[in-house]
Ligand binder design. Structure first.
Ligand code: FAD
Length: 314
């Protein structure tokens, strides 16, 4: 029977939602699932970490903050030695990316990032699907099943498991060597939008044309009571804070409805929103690639559409 070690993600002392998605990826492989819970006070997180499918939680208390990747690496190495998993799984995030390559190096095993599907083949090798060449090709990457591969999974590709498991909880004592990481200042993205949790997102792209027009769409989004997202050029231009950016270097979102106005559908943008349940696209160019992912599409000028919306909302 296969055994997964899922490395929980803790952000500012709170269990991050991506943990439930990483557990879901492990559930798909079957077998035992051990959740490695590394935090300053892991006991306080055990209830939140008792997710469906998790058979055991192994806690590691560490002295530093959850932003210390040297400490995270040491804890992960100790967990692997203790749990002896067939695979190590974590969400594909900035935090996991900061220690996963080093973990692969220390264990001398392969690391696969940004997996969108995961399975074992007939020879029990671990097979992860990755989107490559800007999403034009889906590649299957195979890790030799005799060694514990490390896989970082794209959060939006798995439905999170529900809370409510009844795992066995065990503390693992790990001597953490002094870290060379110093946390100088925590700079949070400005803006008050939490796109990852939004149910409906109205997202704007370069097609809006100007900062003044951004305000028009922001107003419509506010009146509809939906979150405002954006493609990267809007953020790069300083028209909206970084918290609004959807995509590879922005938020990964999975809303019930994603409304894309004046966004072409570059692969970096798609990476962040293509798992939205319903996608509505408005673009004046009928060949815009995003139409290829749309459930509903309108070849229209977005300014005409927003004008109509404004009339409806008046
Ligand atoms: P464009 O590609 O310029 O598209 C604008 C669209 O608006 C066009 O399709 C046009 O037909 C339409 N349009 C214009 N006027 C109108 C109108 N009046 N009415 C209707 N439609 C109109 N991008 C992201 O979004 N998120 C990321 O996280 C991200 N990360 C990146 C990371 C890297 C390493 C790199 C290299 C790039 C990244 N990008 C990201 C940038 C990405 O490659 C694209 O350049 C970007 O997504 C394009 O944004 P856009 O669709 O708004 O602009």
């Amino acid at each position: 029977m296969t055994r997964s070690l899922v490395l929980a993600e803790v952000v500012d002392g709170v269990l991050a939602p991506v943990t439930a998605q990483a557990v879901a990826a492990a559930v798909g492989l079957g077998g035992d699932i051990v959740l490695g819970l590394v935090a300053q006070d892991p006991e306080a997180l055990v209830l939140a970490a008792s997710l469906a499918g998790v058979t055991e939680i192994v806690t590691v208390a560490v002295p530093g903050t959850d932003r210390d990747h040297e400490q995270a690496l040491q804890a992960a190495v100790a967990l692997v030695a203790d749990v002896r998993p067939d695979q190590v799984i974590a969400g594909f995030t900035i935090r996991s990316s900061s220690y996963a390559a080093a973990l692969g190096h220390v264990l001398d095993v392969g690391v696969i990032t940004d997996a969108i599907a995961l399975r074992r083949d007939d020879s029990q090798n671990l097979v992860a699907t990755r989107s490559v060449y800007d999403g034009r090709v889906q590649a299957e990457v195979v890790l030799d099943g005799s060694r514990p591969g490390v896989v970082l999974v794209r959060p939006s590709s798995w439905e999170p498991v529900e809370p409510g498991g009844a795992p066995v909880v065990r503390a693992l004592s790990v001597e953490i060597a002094p870290s060379r990481v110093r946390s100088v200042e925590l700079v949070r993205p400005s803006g008050d939008v939490d796109l990852a949790r939004a149910d409906v997102i109205l997202s704007i792209g370069r097609g809006v044309g100007s900062q003044e027009n951004v305000a028009v769409f922001a107003d419509v989004a506010a009146r509809l009571g939906v979150a405002l997202g954006a493609s990267r050029p809007i953020v790069d231009a300083g028209w909206l804070p970084a918290a609004h950016q959807v995509g590879q270097t922005g938020s990964t979102v999975k809303p019930r409805l994603y409304l894309a106005f004046g966004i072409s559908g570059a692969l970096h943008h798609l990476a962040g929103m293509q798992n939205s349940r319903t996608i509505l696209v408005v673009n004046s160019d009928r060949n815009a690639p995003l139409f290829g992912h749309a459930d509903v599409g309108a070849v229209e000028d977005i300014h005409d559409v927003v004008e109509q919306l404004n009339l409806l909302l008046a």
